[in-house]
Ligand binder design. Structure first.
Ligand code: AMP
Ligand code: MG
Length: 495
């Protein structure tokens, strides 16, 4: 071990580096001139097995900003392709990111520790390889909020400022995000060699993915069709969770869709305040391709591109392969509907199933859209309404009579459900959050951090988002929707 090598205590196993030699370029990142640990997710770090007793903040900052050598690790930038807003780019890859270490955590689960903003790689194209503090803090908040909302997601491990100023609209503090994922294999990773006609490489990746994520398929004669089915199922479940919470990812390009089913790349994403099925926040999504209500369709489109990469593995006869893959893709709609409706039933406090539930849920959403009602507040208010707090719910509507008519149907439906009322409210409060990362609040805490180096507001919001289902009077300010002056919210990619 050389002097500068960091002994992290991690149980490192470089399977991606070992088995997929053509899928990456070795890269350890640039050394930051003056790395400083701004935020560190200690509970997550512990589960990863980081030796926190022997790693000072200085060492952690050096390790989690790039350019340091971590004992036993083979850091690398991964290659991938991708359809971006429908147009295909054969070569994208980690342009400002790298896989710092692939580890077996304390539960023996394989996880990637990844850095974002750690310098230019062979995949950087015109980019500077950097990231700036504001968007990095935003990804930290959004990722941790999603985790606490029980949505599969990459986790945020650390934020390190680099001591550099990075040019965006003006000079901004440079920062690196360390994040953790079950893997960073994307639909775009499969597209990289599929687009080059190298199905032997696609097979290598498919076999690796099955081994890493879907071990039960290993001995199946239809393992590649099975892989497609599993990925479709995971995405159907994931997108349903987004929809149940009012989350808009904003950039569902195939390079931002993981095979393991975790939400990745919190760039232009945002949560809806007033319910609007056509909500779009991203500055570049002028065609509303990734609008809230288009997300299931966007997922099917991406999964169809994934299926195309697997066709040569599914069957030698292309026609047969297309037919088999199409059947699987076609099943997405139904499984998505099921996941979504199960989520809606929970939100409405229903434990049994009746055929009219779909209409009941959709009718409520129509009223919310027509009257521009705050999505998060309303669902939380429904639980409170059952405890006699009906006024709060009614106050959210400009025309409460329409809501009251719906409420009568809902009450009749609840009377046919076996859940006891106390349990019902508790179960509703476990899926209808009080706190979501509201856009205006996220902006406020980022501005305080960027302009005044004041991280207290960030910490407070993060604390609220870490227990999103528990009403806490210390966090009252975070349950409020934006004032009208906040106006339409716009988000940006690649910052
Ligand atoms: P994204 O939209 O963030 O998923 O990024 C799409 C592609 O652009 C990926 O290949 C990124 O690595 C790359 N990229 C984004 N920002 C930068 C940057 N500042 N420097 C280099 N590459 C970047
Ligand atoms: Mg991306």
């Amino acid at each position: 071990m050389s002097d500068s090598e960091i002994d992290s205590g991690l149980n490192i196993d470089n399977s991606f580096a070992r088995e997929l030699v053509d899928f990456y370029s070795l890269f350890a990142g640039d050394k930051a001139p003056s790395p400083k640990l701004i935020k560190f997710n200690r509970p997550l770090a512990k589960t990863l097995g980081l030796d926190l007793d022997n790693l000072s903040d200085e060492k952690l900052a050096a390790m989690l900003s790039g350019g340091a050598s971590v004992k036993g690790s083979i850091p690398l930038a991964q290659a991938y392709a991708g359809h971006q807003f429908g147009g295909f780019s054969p070569q994208l890859g980690d342009g400002r990111a790298l896989l710092l270490a692939e580890v077996l955590d304390l539960n023996q689960q394989r996880r990637d520790i990844h850095l974002k903003g750690s310098g230019r790689t062979v995949f950087s194209r015109g980019g500077d390889g950097k990231a700036v503090l504001g968007p990095i803090l935003r990804e930290y908040l959004l990722g941790e909020a999603m985790h606490s909302l029980n949505v599969p997601t990459t986790r945020a491990l650390a934020v390190v400022t680099t001591g550099e100023r990075v040019m965006r609209q003006h000079l901004l503090p440079g920062a690196v995000l360390a994040r953790v994922a079950s893997s960073h294999i994307r639909v775009g990773t499969f597209q990289f060699f599929a687009a080059r006609g190298q199905s032997d490489k696609v097979k290598l990746l498919a076999d690796y993915t099955i081994e890493r994520h879907f071990g039960h398929l290993k001995d199946s004669p239809d393992c590649y069709l099975g892989l497609l089915g599993e990925v479709c199922d995971k995405q159907a479940s994931l997108i349903a969770k987004w929809m149940n919470l009012g989350f808009v990812h904003g950039v569902m390009n195939t390079d931002n869709m993981t095979i393991c089913g975790e939400t990745i790349d919190y760039g232009p994403c945002a949560f809806i305040d007033n319910f609007d099925p056509s909500a779009v926040f991203s500055s570049i999504d002028s065609q509303s391709r990734y609008a809230y209500s288009n997300q299931p369709a966007a997922a099917i489109w991406n999964l169809s591109r994934f299926a195309e990469t697997l066709l040569p593995l599914i069957n030698n006869d292309t026609e047969q392969a297309v037919e088999l893959a199409t059947q699987v893709i076609n099943s997405f709609e139904q499984s998505y509907q099921q996941y979504w409706l199960t989520g809606m039933r929970s939100k409405l406090g229903l434990s049994n199933q009746e055929p009219e539930d779909l209409a009941l849920a959709n009718e409520l959403l129509e009223i919310l859209a027509a009257q521009k009602v705050d999505f998060t507040q309303l669902f939380r208010a429904l639980g409170n309404l059952l405890q006699g707090g009906g006024e709060t719910a009614n106050m959210l509507f400009t025309d409460p009579e329409v809501f009251q008519q719906w409420q009568q149907r809902w009450s009749a439906r609840l009377s046919r459900d076996p859940l006891r009322s106390k349990l019902r409210v508790e179960s509703m409060h476990m899926v209808n959050p009080v706190y979501i990362p509201r856009n205006y609040q996220v902006e406020q805490v980022i501005t305080a951090a960027e302009e005044n180096a004041d991280f207290a507001p960030f910490e407070k919001l993060l604390a609220a988002l870490t227990s999103p289902f528990e009403q806490n009077e210390d966090f009252d300010e975070f349950s409020a929707p934006p004032a009208d002056e906040f106006g339409c919210y716009t988000t940006y990619c690649g910052t």
